[in-house]
Design a protein around this ligand. Structure first.
Ligand code: MN
Length: 516
């Protein structure tokens, strides 16, 4: 089972990482070893903010990825993820030593580093979309999420004034993405790590509410779990597992805010998970539980028949235990459990051995189609024979978008168009994101920033290179505008300005100045 054990953090070695890859071939293990050798040499002499050797960080990421069971290329890329950005290693070096696939992954993670949250809630949804779009491959997102998890675990060593921004970015961008990818395990830990930095007072308040009961709650939960375990055993269910879980503090906080800060109104603070072999047994266990404990009316949820939008499946019921405490019971199969913990990453994982041969999903094309390359039509995605395995929200992200009226919880479901084939995202020098239609030029970008700037734009540096105002921008470009008091819009600008905003302003300028 997946377990990101933070206790062992300081002592992780490449042996641990490779030791975790029990499913891998000799060549795959060698690849990961080679990635480590290169990364270790490259980061030689660098220190983390904590004072530890830098290599600890990529190693931890390698270990967590290996624990998730993802393929060797992703693990190797995870270990190399900071080399291009922070060491003398170049893209050419990676390509020569590790090939195109790993280069693609490492460069993808590097690029994602420039997607930054700047504290304006207005653009959050754009940012999340950009984050997903920039990844191009779900493996890049998974590496980046694990990277963030390790950075959050070590956030205490970062300068005070940066902590808030990083933690807020985690809650605004990384957590929703992890949630939508269904990676429950990552989401919960990221939330709880960020919580005290972003809402210190609320964090204290939630802690205080839970503290007084914690000991008692945990003992009670364990007693219930044992008695349920016994009961299921008596009924000759043989292959099942039970575990107790206490709701994460941040998730509890969200609920408390909606429930007048009364713990008695929170029914899922304590939960017992029952993991069985088959869907049939899920329903059987539900029946048994209702025989043993009184269920609360209206609290039975069948997410097996009706999965949540992010793919989550389980049966939930809330019961009143003999200790007069309400406990939620979650019943699911092993597969459902794995999917709930790892979400989309579980598809990157080596499948259970079939005919004694491990089946790898890595080369299956379905996840490559998740984030469509620009130009692919949504129909291509929707009609794929393997489309059933693509979570609904991803189909939505790929096929729909409403520009200004996207709400936080709504990943956009009104306008159906191939969002990523019609929009590009470019960066300001500060890393802010501006989204523009495909084929937009420097002039369009300038008017998007401010009409004053638009009316005086004389050129730009795109990714450091000087270009003219008619230059088309590409996804991910970093654009630094140059202005001059002597420059003004001319009718010729309409030949290459394509946004309605820019065209309107250029025409308006012509009209005013013709009259004068
Ligand atoms: Mn990193």
């Amino acid at each position: 089972m997946v377990c990101f054990d933070s206790e062992t953090m300081a002592t992780t070695t490449i042996k641990d990482v490779i030791g975790t890859m029990t499913y891998a071939t000799h060549e795959e293990k060698e690849l990961v070893q080679r990635a480590f050798t290169v990364a270790e040499a490259a980061h030689e002499g660098q220190l983390r903010k904590s004072g530890e050797p830098y290599i600890i960080h990529p190693l931890e990421i390698g270990r967590m990825l290996a624990e998730m069971g993802v393929d060797a290329s992703t693990i190797a890329a995870g270990i190399l993820h900071d080399t291009i950005e922070d060491t003398p290693i170049t893209s050419e070096d990676i390509k020569r030593d590790f090939g195109d696939e790993i280069l693609f992954l490492v460069e993808g993670v590097t690029k994602l580093g420039s997607v930054r949250y700047h504290g304006t809630d207005r653009h959050n949804e754009s940012l999340r979309r950009l984050f997903v779009a920039t990844s191009r491959d779900i493996r890049i997102l998974v590496i980046k999420l694990v990277d963030r998890l390790h950075n959050m675990r070590t956030l205490e060593h970062v300068a005070k004034e940066k902590q808030f921004r990083i933690a807020q970015e985690t809650l605004q961008i990384y957590v929703p993405v992890a949630h939508r990818l269904g990676i429950g395990r990552l989401r919960k830990e990221l939330e709880d790590l960020a919580f005290p930095y972003v809402y210190p007072e609320d964090h204290e308040r939630v802690l205080a509410l839970t503290r007084e009961h914690r000991k008692h709650d945990e003992t009670m939960l364990e007693k219930c779990r044992k008695s349920l375990q016994r009961r299921l055993g008596e009924l000759h269910l043989t292959k099942f597992k039970t575990s107790g879980r206490v709701k994460g503090l941040y998730s509890l906080y969200q609920k408390l805010k909606r429930r007048h800060w009364d713990m008695n109104n929170v029914y899922d603070y304590l939960a017992i998970r029952v993991i069985v072999d088959s869907v049939e047994e899920c329903y059987q266990v539900l029946g048994i539980i209702h025989e043993v404990w009184r269920p609360m009316p209206g609290r039975i949820k069948d997410y097996i028949a009706f999965p949540k939008p992010n793919g989550y499946r389980s049966l939930h019921t809330t019961v009143i235990t003999p200790y007069n405490r309400v406990v939620e019971i979650q019943i699911r199969t092993d597969d459902m459990h794995r999917a709930a913990e790892l979400g989309i990453a579980s598809h990157l994982v080596y499948k259970a051995k079939q005919h004694g041969v491990p089946a790898v999903t890595k080369n299956e094309s379905w996840f490559r189609s998740l984030i469509p390359r620009f130009g692919k039509t949504p129909e291509v995605i929707a009609t794929r024979s393997d489309a059933v395995t693509i979570p609904q929200w991803i189909k939505e992200i790929a096929t729909s978008y409403t520009h200004n009226d996207v709400t936080d919880d709504d990943f956009g479901d009104a306008l159906h168009q191939d969002f990523f084939s019609t929009r590009i995202f470019v960066f300001t020098p500060k890393g802010d994101v501006v989204d523009l239609p495909v084929r937009a030029t420097v002039v369009d970008f300038a008017f998007e920033i401010h009409s004053d700037i638009g009316e005086h734009v004389s050129g730009a540096r795109v990714n450091g290179k000087f270009v003219g105002i008619d230059t088309e921008l590409k996804n991910g470009d970093r654009v630094e505008l140059e202005t001059s008091e002597r420059t003004h819009p001319t009718p010729k600008w309409l030949d290459f300005a394509i946004t309605s905003q820019a065209r309107r302003k250029i025409r308006a300028y012509q009209n005013t100045h013709r009259k004068q």
